[in-house]
Design a binder for this molecule. Structure first.
Ligand code: ADP
Ligand code: MG
Length: 228
């Protein structure tokens, strides 16, 4: 027993360390990228310009890996707290709005419920909402509509994230969430692995409905507290 308690503490240390490293690493990545772009502007040599492009692409890849894992991670311990799922969903919509606008995606939010409470780690929940919404937007390279809807039946709260994008084949649906499974040129294939495990850790259920060329809907179902 003692051994497993110690292992648990080690794991905690590792996850806090990961959070602070991501915090500390993101800045130098951004700064380096800025300088490379500056130098790139002065380069004439075609070959050197090509190397520069590769260097920037690789920096972006490192940043994306951190983003899929640790966007909201903070270098101090996280705690489970009573969160209002509805206000967290609303918050995630405001976070994703700029990316949606940039990609010509309009957001249709149907969040007309009162508060619904559950116990969870806020940042992890935000991370997973962000990863699902980001995928939805990335599935619509020519724009479209992202519909985010919450419905409640007794103690079950359902969050649906729907896009009008490229959809998935049966085979892709089977593999989604597998580490490093990606169909994107610059994908990490880590976003869904992380998000599925967060949903599971929260005791939630997850269901995809998808059709190639039509779009995808992700349903997340969580148990929430009784209304009093
Ligand atoms: P990444 O986004 O870096 O590719 P993810 O783990 O987030 O990695 O997603 C894995 C793969 O699942 C994506 O590359 C894509 O093929 C598929 N996918 C996930 N969400 C959607 C979606 N809403 N529409 C279409 N395909 C999706
Ligand atoms: Mg992703």
């Amino acid at each position: 027993l003692l051994h497993s308690v110690m292992e648990g503490q080690k794991l905690k240390v590792v996850s806090h360390l990961a959070a602070s490293i991501s915090h500390e690493v993101r800045n130098p990545l951004t700064v380096s990228r800025g300088f490379l772009q500056l130098i790139d502007g002065d380069l004439e040599d075609k070959e050197k310009k090509e190397y520069m492009k590769l260097a920037i692409t690789e920096l972006d890849r490192a940043t994306e890996i951190i983003n899929d894992y640790l966007t909201f991670a903070k270098p101090y311990p996280e705690s489970v707290e009573r969160i209002d799922v509805i206000s967290e969903v609303n918050h995630s919509i405001s976070v994703i709005q700029p990316l949606a606008s940039m990609m010509n995606v309009s957001i249709n939010a149907k969040i007309d419920l009162p508060s619904a409470y559950m116990h969870s780690e806020k940042r992890k929940f935000q991370q997973c909402l962000l990863n699902f919404s980001k995928n939805a937007i990335e599935a619509m390279p020519n724009g479209g509509t992202l519909t985010i809807e919450t419905t409640r039946q007794h103690n079950e709260l359902k969050i649906s994230i729907q896009d009008t994008g490229i959809g998935m084949t049966e085979e892709q649906l089977c593999r989604i969430g597998e580490p490093f499974f990606t169909t994107k040129e610059k994908g990490t294939g880590l976003g869904m692995m992380v998000s599925h495990s967060i949903v599971k850790g929260m005791g939630g259920e997850l269901l995809y409905k998808s059709e190639p060329g039509m779009g995808t809907t992700v349903h997340l179902v969580f148990q929430v507290e009784d209304v009093d």
